[in-house]
Design a protein around this ligand. Structure first.
Ligand code: PLP
Length: 350
């Protein structure tokens, strides 16, 4: 990394100067018995009190699981919220830009557009790995963030750690590594690089392997300095009370998480084998996620055929580089069986 790198230079001026909203729960967090400071309805119903704005209990539990201290964690209303917060901290609207490695998760581009931030698309190479030269070429003095999705959605592959490291060293701004699917990967997370690289932000989520998409809980891991500034601009109660309670409850059942994870991994291999015998399947991309990307003879036709059977997959064939590709999530064993029956039927008609 270049020696002049400091996070402080990357933070928007208005964010630095901002006086954050101070809630009643921020101003008093000790033990009391009569709370008359937040204009809440005093009658107990389970949700009449504002939730903990910094989700301390939940972070403590996540620290046990992830091995990262709470001071290096920001929780959001899904990781999508953390993505948006990052844009608001580091990117000046109508001036700055971010580099994304396409094809990838659509939310980076949407968040950039919402925040009037430019996008530079560095196409992944034929193995769906970032092209270091291309990223470097596209990066200019207004490039504030680089998004790397690993395992990448929708291509399903893990990015080479060596490449991520090289980009962490070379990129002059924040490098966001989105690890939404890391639980399903053979390789490992870059969480252990957090200490070494002050420009690294890692996103994880409880939406996928932990099975909590419905409660919206995403995690950002970063330096204390970055976490502090994200906390300054986040909506004070961005993770609601029901979410905090439910997450704590489900995070306690690690056996369930591990069993489901193992089942999904086993079923992924099974489905992958099954797909390889189908005539119209031209390519099965290796997967480090809970979905499989395949190239078929005619994506639209297959999509519509399955749709008629009530089975919904994702047609990704309009994306440059993913012509005739569809993305299939791993379902329950029963769901996968129904899928395979329909896929066989389609094969016999082909
Ligand atoms: C599903 C997904 C997420 C998760 O978003 P949440 O808002 O946490 O549900 C993040 N990144 C990628 C690449 C995803 O596919």
């Amino acid at each position: 990394m270049n020696t002049t790198f400091t996070i402080d230079n990357l933070i928007r001026q208005n964010v630095k100067q901002l006086v954050p909203y101070s809630s009643a729960r921020d101003e008093f967090s000790g033990n009391g018995s009569v709370f008359l400071d937040a204009n809440e309805n005093p009658y107990e119903n389970g949700v009449n009190r504002y939730p903990d704005p910094l989700q301390n209990q939940l972070k403590k539990r996540l620290t046990q699981i992830k091995g990262v201290p709470p001071t290096r964690m920001i929780l959001g209303n899904g990781s999508d919220e953390v993505i948006d917060l990052l844009f608001r901290v580091f990117c000046e609207p109508n001036k700055d830009n971010v580099v994304i490695c396409t094809p990838t998760y659509g939310m980076y581009e949407v968040a950039a557009n919402i925040n009037a931030v430019g996008i530079k698309e560095a196409a992944l190479n034929e193995d769906f790995q970032p092209d270091l030269d291309l990223v470097q070429e596209l990066t200019d003095e207004n490039s504030k963030m680089l998004f790397l999705c690993s395992p990448n959605n929708p291509t399903a592959n893990l990015l080479d750690e060596d490449r991520i490291i090289q980009l962490l060293k070379a990129f002059p701004g924040i490098v966001v590594v989105d690890e939404a699917y890391i639980d399903f990967a053979q390789g490992k997370s870059v969480l252990d690089k957090l200490e070494e690289y002050p420009n690294l932000v890692i996103l994880q989520t409880l939406s996928k392997a932990w099975g909590m998409a419905g409660i919206r809980l995403g995690i950002g891991f970063a330096s204390e300095e970055i976490v502090e500034v994200l906390n300054r601009i986040k909506p004070p109660y961005n993770v609601n009370g029901l979410t905090q309670t439910k997450a704590l409850e489900l995070l306690d059942d690690e056996a369930r998480y591990l069993n489901q994870l193992n089942e999904i991994l086993k079923d992924r291999e099974q489905l992958s084998k099954f797909l390889s015998d189908l005539l119209y399947v031209k390519k099965i991309y290796p997967s480090d996620a809970n979905f499989i990307l395949i190239k078929v003879e005619n994506a639209k036709k297959l999509y519509n055929y399955l749709l008629e059977k009530g089975i919904i997959i994702r047609d990704r064939s309009k994306i440059v580089g993913l012509e005739n590709c569809v993305r299939i999530s791993i379902g329950t064993q029963e769901e996968n069986k129904l899928l395979c029956e329909s896929l066989s039927e389609y094969n016999s008609k082909f």
